[in-house]
Design a protein around this ligand. Structure first.
Ligand code: NAD
Length: 267
C-alpha cells in the first residue's frame, strides 16, 4: 500500500460522519496520524476511530469541539500540540445547513450557518497557520503545511432556499484564496475541494427515494451521485506532495454539476 502521508499529522473537523469520516479514513490509509474532531456523539466518534485504526494501522485520536467557538478551537490545537507535537494537514470539513425561504429566514438560521461554515473555517485555519509557522519545515513534506477547505459547488452556483449556505461557501472561496495568496511565499498550500452532490446525511432527502434520486441525476452529467470516498481520494492528493504546485485552487469534484446540465441536449 502506498503511504504518501507517512509521518504527517492531520486534523479533520466534523469527521464523525459523511465526507469528514471518509477523508479521515483516506488520510489514515495514506499513512497520516489523524485527529477526528466531532461536535457531539462521543461513542460514534470513538467507533469510527477504532474502525480506521484497525483498517489502516495508523494512530487515530478523537477530540470534541465546536469549531465556531474560539476557545474550543484553541484548546483543540493545544491538544494536537501535546499529543502529536504539531500539525501538517488541516481539513476544514465541519458544516451544516439551516434551510428556509429567504423572506422567512431567521437571524438565528443565518448566524448558525455563517458561524460554523465560515467563522469555524477561519478559526481552524488561523490556528493551523500559527502551528505551521511555529514548527518550521519538516522532512515529511515539501510544504510547511497544507490546508484543505471543504467548500461546495455552491461557492459559485446560487442556491434558492439556501442563501445562508451559499453565502457561507462563497465566503469560503475568497477566504481560501486570500489565505493561499498570503502564505504561498512561506510554502503553506491552501486549497478547496468543492463537492457536488455526495451521499451523506446532510442531503438525505435528495437521494433516499428513487424519485428524488432520478430528479437529482438531472443535475449531474456523469449520472451518479458522488460517494464520500470520491472526496477522500481528492483530499489525499491535495495533502500530498503530488499536488505540490497547487495552491489557491477550488477543485470541483461534482460529476460535472458545474457544466450547465440544462444545456445537455442543446438547450
Ligand atoms: P454531514 O452532516 O454528514 O457532516 C457534517 C459534519 O459537521 C457532521 O459530523 C457535524 O456534526 C459536523 N459539525 C456541524 N457543526 C459543527 C461544529 N460546530 N463543530 C464541529 N463539527 C460540526 O454532511 P457532509 O455532507 O459530510 O458535510 C461535510 C462538508 O461537506 C460540509 O462542509 C458540507 O457543507 C460539505 N458539502 C457536502 C455536500 C454533500 O452533497 N454532501 C456537497 C457540498 C459540500
Amino acid at each position: 500500500m502506498q503511504r504518501p502521508l507517512a509521518g504527517q499529522r492531520a486534523l479533520i473537523t466534523g469527521a464523525s460522519s459523511g465526507i469528514g469520516k471518509a477523508i479521515a479514513a483516506a488520510l489514515a490509509g495514506a499513512g497520516a496520524t489523524v485527529m477526528i474532531n466531532y461536535r457531539s456523539g462521543k461513542e460514534t466518534a470513538e467507533a469510527i476511530a477504532h474502525e480506521i485504526r484497525e483498517s489502516t494501522k495508523s494512530a487515530v485520536l478523537t477530540h470534541q469541539a465546536d469549531v465556531s467557538q474560539e476557545a474550543e478551537v484553541i484548546a483543540m490545537f493545544e491538544r494536537l500540540q501535546a499529543e502529536f507535537g504539531g500539525l501538517d494537514i488541516l481539513v476544514n470539513n465541519a458544516g451544516l445547513q439551516r434551510d428556509a425561504a429567504f423572506h422567512e429566514m431567521t437571524l438565528e438560521q443565518w448566524n448558525t450557518v455563517i458561524e460554523v461554515n465560515l467563522t469555524g473555517q477561519f478559526l481552524c485555519a488561523r490556528e493551523a497557520v500559527r502551528c505551521f509557522l511555529k514548527q518550521g519545515m519538516r522532512p515529511v513534506s515539501k510544504a510547511l503545511g497544507k490546508i484543505i477547505f471543504i467548500s461546495s459547488v455552491h461557492e459559485v452556483i446560487p442556491w434558492a432556499g439556501h442563501v445562508n449556505y451559499a453565502a457561507s461557501k462563497g465566503g469560503v472561496m475568497l477566504l481560501m484564496k486570500s489565505v493561499a495568496q498570503e502564505y504561498a511565499p512561506l510554502r503553506i498550500r491552501v486549497n478547496s475541494i468543492c463537492p457536488g452532490a455526495i451521499r451523506t446525511p446532510i442531503n438525505r432527502p435528495a437521494w433516499e427515494t428513487p424519485e428524488a434520486y432520478q430528479a437529482l441525476l438531472k443535475l449531474i452529467p456523469y449520472k451518479r451521485i458522488g460517494e464520500p470516498e470520491d472526496i477522500g481520494k481528492a483530499a489525499v492528493w491535495l495533502a500530498s506532495d503530488d499536488s505540490d504546485y497547487v495552491t489557491g485552487a477550488s477543485i470541483f469534484v461534482d460529476g460535472g454539476m458545474l457544466l450547465y446540465p440544462g444545456f445537455e441536449s442543446g438547450g
